[in-house]
Design a protein around this ligand. Structure first.
Ligand code: FCB
Length: 439
């Protein structure tokens, strides 16, 4: 057998986020978030659903941690709902909300699973949205204050912190395309949100480090859809290398270099008050960078973006291109001169599943994961300092504007009964973790 073996301490895990799994949105003093509000808008969510119950993880977290243990996970990435901790976004603390994460962290540690905690995975308290949300400069300070509260409470046990999940989506899906909460369609608001999210990350890192200890590590999770050359020709390579990469140039580049590209500055022109000193703050060193990558775009010199020769699509309509994951890991490896550890903080696939005789034979999801694990392995072979891989997702959940019609889990959730069922991909992941190799 020629298995692709990973480094000894490689951290295998799964990822989720608060609003997508917790439910219990009105319980124990949680305040409303922009996603509660957004789901009430007509036609915002494809199946008219919301995260009100979701996977009921708030009540079933013990059972869910037991599942993680059964899968042999070494780590679990989850997010904290800001409105559970500070129902109005700032000011009064809600001890019951904090107590939930306290119990969850203890349960994970007792199961030998390392918690990787995201502080913001899109559920902004509605009260802060009423004050302008991410489009106001104050938001950076609100986030830092909230981060400090959480790290004071959990930092004795949680050492790995992610400030923001995919700020590109928060800014542009939320404020320019109207596809995500708070649902605006305004380019200038979006540009502003993008810059203030970066500032929030910077001030958040400072606050987390101040509240943490010598073992505290903090980074950010960014989403990428890399450009790959459509063919091996020099012209196509150039086309891929030179295409405007909005996600990279909007976030990774300012963080890693302390400057926006000219194209990004042009895009933001006139909308954002970038003050002197902002970019120096934003370029503060991260202890790691989290990479979310599901797909890639093919670029052709002659035809631009190429859509017509895609080998396979997932249920999301995303092309399956494991080479994209390898490409972004190598790009970040070179951009950081290998000095910042990388984690794949999300990768996975939605396909329609069927239950037959109590099993889910999700061969396509297994093939997707296998190919992406192999791409990650190749990046390590090629020198990337990749430390771990979190599969999205532990279980099927509320997929934002797609509602409950997308299925990313390696565990199936029957929403009528809340029964969990490990899919074949879950058993596959368990085998990979046990072997620490692509099997
Ligand atoms: C990412 C999000 C995550 C999930 C996956 C499919 O953009 O971070 O919450 O929706 O996509």
């Amino acid at each position: 057998m020629n298995a692709l073996t990973f480094p000894p301490d490689f951290l295998w895990g799964t990822a989720t986020s608060s609003y997508q799994i917790e439910g219990a949105v009105k319980e124990d003093g949680r305040g409303p978030s922009i996603w509660d509000d957004f789901c009430r808008l007509k036609d915002a969510i494809q199946d008219g659903s919301d995260g009100g119950v979701a996977c009921d993880h708030y009540h079933r977290y013990r059972e869910d941690v037991a599942l993680m243990k059964q899968l042999g996970l070494k780590a679990y990435r989850f997010s904290i709902a800001w409105p559970r901790i500070l129902p109005a976004g700032r000011g009064a603390l809600n001890p019951k909300g904090l107590a939930f994460y306290d119990r969850l962290v203890d349960e994970l540690l007792a199961a030998g699973i390392r918690p990787f905690v995201t502080l913001y995975h899109w559920d902004l308290p509605s009260a802060l949205n009423a004050l302008g949300g991410w489009t106001t400069r104050d938001s950076a300070g609100w986030f830092a204050d909230y981060a400090a509260v959480v790290v004071h409470a959990l930092g004795d046990r949680v050492k790995d912190w992610i400030t923001l999940n995919e700020p590109w989506c928060s800014a542009y899906l939320g404020y320019e395309f109207g596809m995500h909460a708070p649902g605006h369609q305004n380019k200038d608001l979006a540009s502003r949100a993008g810059h203030y999210l970066l500032l929030a990350h910077a001030l958040g890192m400072q606050a987390i480090r101040a509240a943490g200890d010598a073992h505290t590590r903090v980074g950010i999770t960014l989403n990428f859809e890399p450009h790959l050359p459509a063919t091996d020709s020099e012209a196509d390579r150039q086309a891929a290398a030179q295409a405007f990469d909005w996600q990279y140039e909007g976030f990774a580049e300012p963080i890693l270099t302390g400057a926006y590209s000219q194209r990004m500055l042009d895009r933001m022109a006139g909308a954002v008050d970038i003050r002197s000193g902002d970019l120096a703050l934003i370029a503060a060193r991260n202890d790691f960078i989290g990479v979310n990558c599901y797909s890639a775009v093919l670029m052709s010199a002659a035809r631009g973006k190429v859509y017509d020769d895609d080998p396979e699509f997932t249920r999301m309509g995303w092309a399956v291109r494991p080479a994209g994951l390898h490409a972004i890991l190598m790009r970040l490896h070179h951009a950081t001169r290998g000095r910042i550890p990388l984690y794949v903080t999300e990768n996975g696939a939605s396909f329609a599943d069927e239950v037959t005789n109590g099993r889910v034979h999700d061969e396509r999801r297994i093939a997707y994961l296998r190919a992406h694990f192999a791409a990650a392995h190749q990046a390590i072979q090629d020198g990337a300092d990749l430390r771990g891989f979190f599969v999205w997702s532990l279980m099927d959940n509320f997929e934002w504007s797609f509602g409950y019609q997308q299925f990313f889990g390696v565990v199936r959730v029957d929403y009528a009964t809340q029964q969990r069922l490990i899919k074949d991909s879950g058993y596959y992941l368990r085998d990979v973790i046990a072997a620490n190799a692509v099997v």
